[in-house]
Design a protein around this ligand. Structure first.
Ligand SMILES: *Cc1c(COP(=O)(O)O)cnc(C)c1O
Length: 482
């Protein structure tokens, strides 16, 4: 006992001064690349961490001699420098089976969108300039024609996300007046987007009609008075009432709005641009259908079923879109050249459903046949059984989910590797996967780690295999000591 204490004291006394450690041979290549100030910062952080480990608990290196301390600390400082030289946001392998995962940044972009981003990101790009005449242009012109073509709308505008789109549409149409909304559509979508709160933030008075399960056209009609500026429809994306229900189709709401001279705003959420039922997704409201029905403004997301960058898209009648573009808050909600480039490239792929299914990653993942997952899964399972030591590795039927504000009950048939380690709990194995490079996000259920193959790109299979092998062998001291 007293021996260990002496060792700790000796190590604490032997910690070198920052300047000496910053000159250590192991950091030579970093000194060539970085200013000395950044090296000494990293050295200081490494020393502080090591010192507090010594003071607080077990010696991190029980067998180490005082003479080895400089090398050990230099190695720690090098690890700090390496970590700090990587961008703070880096990609992960999504093995959760959730296709549009808001926590993972929603949709991975199509290759053409990635190329478009890289072109405009590293260069100048005419987002508000008419190149033919050299005159000032409108920011949304580069995507406006595509959006008109794909939705049949008279005009279109793009903002930061669909929450912003709905907020802005409400402000433009109904600020200081009231909007009618069915109690069945008075929903919360993803944490902080609650319809009543958004309306309040837009300065719009909410008039609730109908009941949670049933709303009829007469409910809307009876609620309209001289104060009514809008009839609002909201797709209850991630929420479903089953059984004794009734809601009013957008065609009927739009007709009523026309008859009574009240504008109609339709927040369709995920923004289906064509029929997804052949791919097993039912009930996603179609943007074109809402436009055709006569909605004045239709709002949807760029990064849900569209599979593009985060954006909110508003399409609709020319006069209303013009007013949206002139609204003072437009400046605060507008998108940058990177979003415009990615959105434009993604929209081009939606001109044809087959092209979209091939090139838009979330749609490609959604439509991948199960036997392709089977082939990949068997190869991974066999390689794991050969390479690692596991209590169990099975290829199991699983359910993937669209996620991201579409129907949560909408399960997609999938396959997952179900893994139990020999000397780690499922939580420890999952933690080791999350901290591996590249990092892997699995699902934990029924005492095992699940890796759903539908959301893993085939090009990531090799990395996934290495991550599982390494994670199953990882030391899990941190998990166990607490
Ligand atoms: C997802 C969703 C929103 C919010 O969209 P974001 O793009 O996440 O801001 C708003 N309304 C509906 C109906 C949605 O499904």
């Amino acid at each position: 006992m007293s021996e260990i204490k002496t060792d700790k004291q000796a190590l604490l006394r032997a910690i070198p001064p920052v300047d000496r450690l910053a000159g250590h041979d192991a950091l030579a290549s970093w000194r060539e690349r970085l200013p000395l100030g950044l090296i000494t910062d990293a050295v200081r952080r490494a020393i502080d961490t090591y010192r507090s480990q010594l003071v607080q608990g077990d010696s991190p290196d029980p067998d180490m001699s005082v003479g080895q301390l400089d090398d050990r600390l230099a190695a720690l400082a090098e690890a700090v420098l390496r970590e700090e030289s990587l961008p703070p946001l880096r990609s992960v392998i999504n093995a959760t089976g959730i296709l549009i995962h808001t926590g993972l940044g929603r949709s991975p972009l199509p290759q053409s969108a990635v190329d478009a981003i890289s072109d405009v990101a590293a260069n100048f790009a005419p987002v508000e300039l008419e190149m033919q005449t050299g005159a000032r242009g409108q920011r949304n012109d580069v995507v406006r024609d595509l959006l008109k073509e794909l939705t049949g709308a008279e005009s279109a505008v793009v903002v930061n996300n669909n929450a912003a789109a709905t907020w802005l549409a409400l402000m433009v149409v109904a600020q200081g007046r009231s909007a009618v909304l069915s109690r069945g559509e008075l929903v919360e979508i993803g944490g902080s987007f609650r319809m009543p709160d958004v309306m309040q933030a837009a300065g719009v008075n909410l008039v609730e009609v109908g009941t949670t399960n049933k709303t009829r056209l007469s409910d809307y009609a009876n609620a309209i008075d001289e104060d009514t500026a809008a009839l609002l429809k909201v797709h209850p994306s991630n929420y479903r009432i089953e059984g004794f229900t009734e809601s009013v189709a957008i065609e009927e709401v739009a007709r009523l709005g026309r008859e009574r001279g009240v504008a109609v705003i339709d927040d369709v959420g995920s923004g289906a641009l064509f029929d997804y039922t052949p791919w097993g997704l039912g009930n996603e409201p179609d943007v074109r259908q809402s436009v055709q029905a006569g909605s004045d403004l239709v709002c949807f997301s760029g990064d849900k079923l569209l599979g593009g960058p985060q954006a909110g898209i508003i399409v609709g009648k020319q006069a209303w879109i013009d007013r949206v573009e002139k609204h003072p808050m437009m400046r605060a909600l507008r998108v940058d050249k990177i979003t415009l480039a990615a959105l434009g490239a993604t929209l081009q792929l939606h001109r044809d459903p087959q092209l979209a299914a091939r090139e838009v990653p979330v749609l490609h993942m959604l439509t991948t046949p199960i036997d392709q997952l089977q082939t990949r899964g068997e190869a991974l399972r066999d390689a794991l059984l050969k390479r690692g030591d596991f209590a169990a590795v099975e290829l199991t039927q699983a359910h993937a989910y669209m996620g991201g504000g579409s129907n949560p009950a909408q399960a997609v048939r999938s396959l997952a590797l179900r893994i139990c380690a020999t000397d780690q709990s499922e939580q420890e194995l999952a933690q080791a996967l999350r901290s591996h490079a590249p990092r892997v996000l699995p699902r934990v259920a029924d005492g095992a780690v699940w890796l759903d193959l539908r959301t893993v790109f085939p090009r990531q299979d090799g990395d996934l295999l290495e991550a599982i092998v390494a994670a199953s062998q990882a030391r899990t001291n941190e998990g166990k000591s607490s």
